[in-house]
Every structure is written in structure tokens, then in C-alpha cells.
Design a protein around this ligand. Structure first.
Ligand code: ADP
Ligand code: MG
Length: 207
């Protein structure tokens, strides 16, 4: 799994990411209907449709700039609580990455982005949010070697971390208004984070 890629590969990566989120929008919405206001899928779909509309422009940019520009689209289009948070995630990764990043650079950028999302959301792990997936993924990336199993490991960590939000009680975001009634449902933002991680890993493994 390497991060070096041609403009065509970058285009493929962004397109895969956007199409995955759009394809899963109904599932994200259903999760948000259970413990929120039912707009997470729509919010994410709107954001990634803006990304798709700018696909050629994004793919012409150097990788860090393309990731930053995705963050800007998400800030402008997703809305809700998740828009500024995912915007911060992508903007920070883009800001932290060197032009030709290796795995260690990516791990460092992801860790910085996780911290930035925490600060922006005034939140932390254990509160039943996207942070409960982003944190474990950041940990798994830290110090990881570029071994052939890394992609599978990252996907497993992300999927299990999203599942682990089911028994949690929400203490941040709209779901926290439900108190104990938020228990027993997967957090929508944890789900969208896990599916974005899986989409990126799957693409990088087959490129
Ligand atoms: P809204 O809650 O405004 O309707 P969305 O439905 O798009 O926005 O996103 C909800 C998701 O955002 C939640 O499932 C949760 O993962 C994430 N979230 C909400 N508030 C926070 C926060 N303070 N910190 C981290 N993540 C949060
Ligand atoms: Mg919502």
C-alpha cells in the first residue's frame, strides 16, 4: 500500500470514495433516523456529489491539495455537525501531508487530523461518534509497517470500531439527546467513517 499515485489513480481514488459514500447514503440515513434526525446520508451524499462534480479539477492537483480541496467541498456542502468535522479531517490531512508522502507521513497526518476533529467537536473517544472509528484507525496507522496485511487490518479495525459504537451511550451530537435510548444502534458518523476507510483501502490495494 503506497501513497504515490498518478493523476489517473488519484481520480480513481476520489471517485471510488465519493461513489461508495453515495451508494451507502440510505444506510447512513437509516442509522441517523434511529438516533438522530435522519439526514446523515443525505448530508454526505450532497457533499460527495460536489466532490464528484469537481473530480477532474481535484485529480489535477498534487495529493495534499486535492485532499484539502475535498475538505473544503465537505465544509461547504455536507452541513450538519458532520460537515465541519469531516471538513476538518480532510483539510488537516491535506495540510500535514508532504507532496510525496510515505506511510509514516500519512500516519502522522491522520493523527493530527484526529486531534483537530476532537478539538473542533469538543469531543473525544467513548462518546459514540465518528471519533470512535477515527481514533482506533489512527492508532493502527501509528508505527504500522507497510506489510501486505495492513489494508485488511485497517478495514477490520474500522469495521469493529463502528460495531463497538452499538452498545455505547451517546454523549455528543444529536444522539445524546436520547440518553439511554441511543444504546443499541450504530452511530451514523462511525459508520460513514468506517466505510470511507474501507473504500480508500480497497482502492489502494487494487491500484
Ligand atoms: P447532525 O447531527 O447535525 O444532523 P449528521 O447527521 O450529518 O449531523 O452527523 C451526525 C454524526 O456526526 C454523528 O453520528 C456523529 O458521529 C458525528 N458527530 C456529531 N457531533 C459530534 C461531535 N461533537 N464530535 C464528533 N462527532 C460528532
Ligand atoms: Mg443528522
Amino acid at each position: 500500500m503506497t501513497m504515490g499515485m498518478t493523476p489517473e489513480q488519484l481520480k480513481g481514488l476520489i471517485e471510488t470514495l465519493a461513489r461508495t459514500v453515495i451508494a451507502e447514503a440510505d444506510r447512513l440515513t437509516a442509522l441517523d433516523q434511529a438516533i438522530g434526525d435522519g439526514d446523515h446520508g443525505l448530508n454526505m451524499k450532497r457533499g460527495f456529489e460536489a466532490v464528484l462534480a469537481d473530480l477532474d479539477g481535484l485529480a489535477r492537483k498534487p495529493l495534499p491539495d486535492a485532499i484539502k480541496a475535498i475538505g473544503t467541498h465537505l465544509v461547504m456542502k455536507v452541513g450538519g455537525a458532520s460537515g465541519p468535522l469531516y471538513g476538518t479531517l480532510f483539510l488537516t490531512i491535506g495540510k500535514e501531508l508532504p507532496a510525496a508522502p510515505g506511510l509514516a507521513d500519512f500516519a502522522k497526518a491522520f493523527a493530527a487530523a484526529f486531534e483537530a476533529v476532537k478539538a473542533r467537536g469538543k469531543s473525544d473517544r467513548g462518546q459514540k461518534t465518528m471519533l470512535d472509528v477515527l481514533g482506533p484507525v489512527s492508532d493502527a496507522l501509528a508505527g504500522a509497517a507497510a506489510d501486505p496485511q495492513l489494508g485488511d487490518r485497517l478495514k477490520r479495525v474500522a469495521t469493529e470500531a463502528a460495531e463497538a459504537t452499538v452498545p455505547m451511550k451517546a454523549i455528543r451530537g444529536r444522539a445524546s439527546f436520547l440518553g439511554d435510548r441511543s444504546i443499541g444502534h450504530m452511530d451514523p458518523g462511525a459508520c460513514s467513517s468506517a466505510l470511507m476507510i474501507a473504500a480508500v483501502v480497497d482502492f489502494l490495494e487494487t491500484k
